[in-house]
Design a protein around this ligand. Structure first.
Ligand code: ADP
Ligand code: MG
Length: 392
């Protein structure tokens, strides 16, 4: 069985309204949405001042709500995978806000606490088609949807998309305890239909890169293996990168070139450090090249870079898993596939595949017949970032 979970925005809004009416016995007055994301290329480059190239998904988190008198926020969610109370209440007074249980409400609290102005009390209901904890950034979708909802509530759009994304990132750092890079919130705010976004993590600037060929789709395949970087793997990788940069006397691996691998070898650096550096340095270059070939609509070259990225993550960065390797291998057996790779931090999660629209079903069939676990599929095109949906 193939699960193509892509309910329309209207349906999500309808579901959110129904939940709102049931929970708060009133009608919502404003609504907003923000998308999840997939990273096309540029993995483990963000904390090395490198580039990432994500796109916004048609999978979104919707929030509907209304202002209420006083300073209490009441929030609820439909998300069936959240094993916590579905309703939370908190005082919106910014200086008093701190993370508490339920955990899911902390993503909302963080945004309320860090919003540029004090907001009044509100009631809000959330629905989402972004799989929770699936590596497609339901967390950023929730933060950015909340921020956008607050803009609608105060009838004041934010002057700067960058500021908005950085505040949402800070909310994730401080209220969810997740020291994430800037990618998820940037793309959820700035995503543009028919475009990927090349983000320079050194100076937080970004460029839209067209990806709008009507014959192409992006297939996301969830291995349905837990995506969290197990134990100490993530900090270990980060430290190995910092150590490599230090040995090379560079501020970060962004300033290193592949020639520096020889320097590390001459310095008799730890072989693992050399491998990690080789991945990061080559991946930063691949991501810039990928944006360039995408501009020229050279999908064959783009696909080749995706496969090189996967191999580098598997062999040099050692963050892939047999399940992800297998999914990439199975996808690449189909002639209409340009490229495929693991996406996200690794140790499970999803693969991303660039494939012609006509062949995407063949890829899904091939995975279903050869992958020994049950995968989930999302057929996507680059979609818009967060928006107010309008008032009711
Ligand atoms: P990812 O961002 O890859 O989906 P995270 O672990 O970063 O995974 O974020 C998932 C967490 O975000 C969930 O455990 C939950 O606390 C919160 N979350 C995200 N979306 C929703 C939602 N629609 N309703 C409730 N909680 C949500
Ligand atoms: Mg997340």
């Amino acid at each position: 069985m193939t699960s193509l979970e892509n309910p329309s925005l209207q349906q999500l809004v309808k579901d959110a309204r129904e939940l709102f009416v049931k929970e708060f016995n009133a009608q919502p007055t404003v609504a907003a949405f923000a998308p999840g994301r997939v990273n096309l290329i540029g993995e483990h480059t963000d904390y090395n001042d490198g580039f990432v190239l994500p796109m916004a998904l048609p999978l979104v988190t919707v929030v509907v709500g209304r202002p209420v008198d006083g300073n209490i926020a009441s929030v609820t969610t439909t998300d069936p995978t959240v094993d916590e109370p579905r309703i939370a209440q908190f005082s919106v007074t910014q200086e008093n806000l701190k993370p508490e249980l339920p955990k899911w409400a902390n993503y909302i609290k963080g945004v309320v606490a860090l919003y540029p102005t004090q907001v009044q009390g509100f009631e809000a209901a959330y629905t989402s088609s972004v799989p929770v904890g699936g590596g497609l950034s339901s967390s950023a979708a929730m933060e950015v949807a909340t921020y956008t909802f607050l803009e609608a509530l105060t009838n004041k759009p934010n002057s700067s998309s960058t500021e908005k994304a950085l505040i949402c990132q800070k909310a994730e750092h401080e209220f969810a305890g997740m020291p994430c890079g800037i990618m998820d919130q940037f793309i959820s705010v700035m995503g543009k239909e028919g475009h990927a976004l090349l983000i320079d993590c050194m100076d937080n600037t970004s460029k839209d890169i067209p990806l709008n060929d009507p014959n192409l789709v992006i297939l996301i395949t969830n291995s349905n293996v837990k995506h969290e970087l197990s134990g100490s793997e993530y900090p270990t990788r980060k430290k190995q990168c910092a150590d490599a940069a230090k040995l090379l006397k560079k501020k970060s691996l962004r300033f290193a070139t592949l020639d520096d691998i020889q320097t590390l070898e001459n310095l008799k650096a730890d072989p693992d450090i050399i491998k990690r550096a080789r991945h990061v340095i080559s991946e930063i270059k691949r991501t810039q090249d990928a944006a360039q070939v995408l501009r020229c609509k050279d999908y064959r070259k783009f696909g080749k870079l995706m496969i090189e990225s996967h191999n580098s993550l598997r062999d040099d960065y050692e963050v892939s898993t047999p399940a992800l390797d297998k999914l990439v291998e199975i996808a690449c057996e189909i002639p209409g596939v340009y490229g495929s790779r693991m996406t996200g931090g690794g140790f499970g999660g999803c693969t991303v595949t660039l494939v012609t629209k006509d062949d995407v079903c063949k890829v899904i069939e091939n995975v279903n017949s050869k992958y020994d676990k049950k995968a989930s599929f999302y057929i996507c095109v680059p979609s818009n970032g967060a928006r107010w949906i309008g008032c009711f």
